[in-house]
Design a protein around this ligand. Structure first.
Ligand SMILES: Nc1ncnc2c1ncn2[C@@H]1O[C@H](COP(=O)(O)OP(=O)(O)OP(=O)(O)O)[C@@H](O)[C@H]1O
Ligand SMILES: [Mg+2]
Length: 258
């Protein structure tokens, strides 16, 4: 049984249909990379999966159970959406850290807000979060940057804080939208290495990326999106080989000439 499945995702902005019926499924521990040209709908798809955008149509299943159906769940409350969103983590292109908080505080903020103010074991829970955050900072190689503010960190370091911040909530699926596109090549490597380490720990991930070599290395499967549809799907060998899919070969060919 797949861990996660989406069926028939459609989304329009005004008269423009951006997602035209997207289906895919993935297993626990799998890494799915999404590639495709600019404007093909990759970010919109991730935003729909993370409840930042409401699809017009489409059903999501998690662990075989229906998580939501866009057509019948139109009137979800904010609390319901917040609860479902916890299944997913999203790391953005531009890190989006809170500038007024340190690296450590950025990581701890969301789980601390979830603790009931009147919980009798509140102190213990806070201590547990602090411990977990310290461990995550260490895992992303930033143990010595605990008290640093985002403006005191490089782009690669900020992105690693953003990854730790997503991981602390223990999402079922961690999504990345071009996590390295705002970074210099050397900083890109340090972020990609964190993602590769996560994949080795069987973290289930969906990664939108323009880094084709990285996609080939990390992904179990790759989806090629073109004009709002899944135009091809397969292993890296298939996607980057002679797939016989004209649009895909042209896209991959254009990139390799850059
Ligand atoms: N909030 C919005 N309102 C109107 N149109 C939007 C909105 N968000 C996205 N679009 C349009 O949807 C289309 C797909 O955008 P999307 O950001 O999903 O593409 P993408 O594949 O992520 O592209 P890129 O590789 O450049 O990041 C684009 O034509 C974009 O202009
Ligand atoms: Mg995008």
């Amino acid at each position: 049984m797949p861990l996660f499945e989406i069926k028939g995702f459609e989304k329009s902005f005004g008269n423009t249909q951006v997602l035209k019926g997207i289906d895919f499924s993935m297993e626990k521990g799998q890494v799915l990379a999404i590639i495709g040209s600019s404007g093909s709908g990759k970010t919109t798809l991730l935003r729909c999966i993370n409840f930042l955008e409401t699809p017009d149509k489409g059903i999501m299943y998690l662990n075989g159970e229906k998580l939501c159906d866009a057509e019948t769940d139109r009137k979800m409350t904010d609390a319901q959406i917040r609860k479902m969103r916890l299944h997913f983590g999203l790391v953005f292109q531009n890190f989006n850290l809170f500038p007024q908080y340190t690296a450590f505080e950025n990581i701890c903020l969301a789980p601390k807000l979830q603790i009931d103010k009147k919980a009798p074991d509140r102190k213990k829970k806070i201590a547990e979060i602090d411990e977990k955050a310290a461990k995550l900072l260490e895992n992303v190689g930033l143990a010595d940057k605990k008290g640093f503010y985002p403006c005191q960190l490089s782009g690669g370091q900020q992105q690693r804080v953003a990854i730790a911040r997503a991981l602390i909530l223990e999402p079922d699926i961690l999504c990345f939208d071009e996590p390295t596109s705002a970074l210099d090549p050397e900083l890109t490597t340090e972020v990609l290495n964190v993602l590769i380490a996560l994949s080795k720990q069987n973290t289930t991930m969906i990664i939108v990326t323009h880094e084709m070599e990285f996609a080939a290395e990390i992904a179990d499967e790759i989806i090629f999106m073109d004009k709002g549809v899944v135009a091809a799907r397969g292993t890296p060998d298939y996607i980057f080989g002679k797939s016989g899919n004209e649009r895909l070969e042209s896209f991959v060919g254009t990139l390799s000439k850059q």
